[in-house]
Design a binder for this molecule. Structure first.
Ligand code: ZN
Length: 184
């Protein structure tokens, strides 16, 4: 089953001729049921992050229905400001296929990507981004910036926002509430 709006978003953009773009149908495993299944995997990753004392964000990279990469935030453990769930998930997936470009792939992440991660999605030529909760402080897809809609970009990403958003956001809220010192 293919959801509505399956147009090839790369089509018709000036100057976009030098690499193939993929329609959502080709992206594989699209449709509400598959999306929900993969978002639940991303949520599992987010819970692992919380258990490890990391900001609870999880990501899953899927190509043709197969999970190529899954990861959670690990910036604290790795002492690495770039170790966001999306970046680590993309690294796993790219290593698995032996190609830094993942055309046709979908990335599921529990929270709206930051500017770094939105940039990484573009570099990887991800076809679809599906995220849960909005990030009003650092979100670079719809909240603070709309990076993926920047005029002149030659790659377009189809975005689905708010999938299991309540659940994804609650993980974050609980995490930060537990860490906040009790008010006097
Ligand atoms: Zn990020």
């Amino acid at each position: 089953m293919v959801s509505a709006g399956t147009e090839d978003r790369c089509g018709g953009l000036p100057g976009v001729l030098d690499w193939p773009c993929f329609s959502l149908a080709e992206a594989g495993a699209v449709g509400p049921e598959a999306d929900d299944r993969f978002m639940r995997l991303a949520l599992e990753e987010a819970r692992r992050a919380a258990a490890a004392g990391e900001v609870p964000v999880g990501a899953v990279v899927v190509l043709e229905g197969e999970v190529l990469g899954r990861a959670h935030n690990a910036s604290v453990g790795l002492s690495d400001p770039t170790a966001h769930a999306e970046v680590l998930g993309l690294r796993h997936a790219a290593a698995k296929v032996g190609n830094y470009r993942l055309p046709g792939a979908a990335l599921y992440v529990t929270v709206e990507p930051c500017a770094m991660c939105a940039g990484a999605l573009l570099h990887a030529r991800i076809a679809r981004l599906i995220y849960g909760a909005a990030d009003p402080k650092a979100g670079a897809v719809a909240s603070v910036l709309r990076l993926l809609e920047t005029p002149g970009l030659t790659h377009r990403v189809a975005v689905t926002a708010g999938l299991r958003g309540e659940e994804c956001g609650a993980l974050l809220r609980d995490f930060f509430q537990a860490r906040r010192p009790a008010a006097g």
